[in-house]
Design a protein around this ligand. Structure first.
Ligand SMILES: [Zn+2]
Length: 240
């Protein structure tokens, strides 16, 4: 490889020059996103979403869009490709959806679905914590009172890619444990606040439902779940 090309490859590793949404490399980027992709995702509006069937204990859910196209690419770029600067635009989108769920003037307590320790190591930090903090900052910049609490810890999990909806629900129920001190701090902050549970993608709703039920058992009632994207209805594979 010529030295010039090698240097270019190294620069790309350090500072990806292509848009995280569309892969276009000729456009100026702001927080990893070209102006065209920014327009597309900024035009998304939070809307209620409900998996069908919805698992027991799932609070009202809101998502910004379907998990496809540029929104999907941005989420994957942030979550799996190390493009941490996307926390700012994705956090701003999440903040807008959070704000839509709560009356102005009410303080907001943001909880999130945590990564397992293994996933957080691979991602150089818990990606939902990073997103929750970015969303809270954005909300405060907009004049809202907003804080982040971390009352959940994710236990190591087996690969769930091939599980049925019912198997996933059973697995999700044992996926988290409560963090005592953080639960106590969150419970002190919760009265008078709107408590919102954040995740990146709603699929079957099993994870959000399991986390909400566990939080509720500790006296932390989740008022709404907010996600960046929702997948199309999950259809179990038919036996052949
Ligand atoms: Zn783009």
């Amino acid at each position: 490889m010529p030295v010039g090309a090698l240097l270019q490859a190294l620069v790309d590793l350090v500072l990806p020059a292509s848009c995280a949404g569309c892969g276009e490399s000729a456009q100026p980027l702001r927080y990893e996103v070209c102006a065209d992709c920014a327009r597309v995702v900024e035009s998304l509006r939070a809307a209620p979403t409900r998996p069908d069937p919805a698992p027991d204990g799932l609070p009202a859910c809101v998502a910004l869009g379907a998990y496809d196209g540029r929104l999907r690419e941005l989420i994957l770029g942030f979550k799996e490709r190390g493009r941490h600067r996307l926390a700012r635009p994705l956090g701003a989108l999440l903040a807008e959806a959070v704000a839509a769920t709560a009356a102005p003037g009410r303080p907001l307590l943001l909880l999130y679905v945590p990564d397992t320790a293994e996933a957080a190591r691979a991602r150089h930090g818990d990606h939902m914590l990073r997103l929750a903090r970015a969303a809270a900052q954005r909300l405060r910049e907009a004049g809202r009172q907003a804080g982040v609490a971390a009352p959940l810890r994710a236990l190591p999990k087996a690969d769930s890619a091939h599980l049925s909806s019912a198997q996933r629900a059973a697995g999700a129920a044992g996926a988290f444990v409560l963090r005592g001190g953080a639960v106590e701090r969150a419970r002190r902050a919760a009265p008078g606040s709107v408590t919102v549970l954040l995740d990146d993608i709603v699929t079957t709703g099993a994870t959000l439902a399991a986390a909400s039920v566990l939080l509720d058992s500790a006296g932390l009632r989740v008022d709404a779940c907010v996600a960046l994207a929702a997948t199309r209805r999950y259809l179990p594979q038919r036996a052949i």
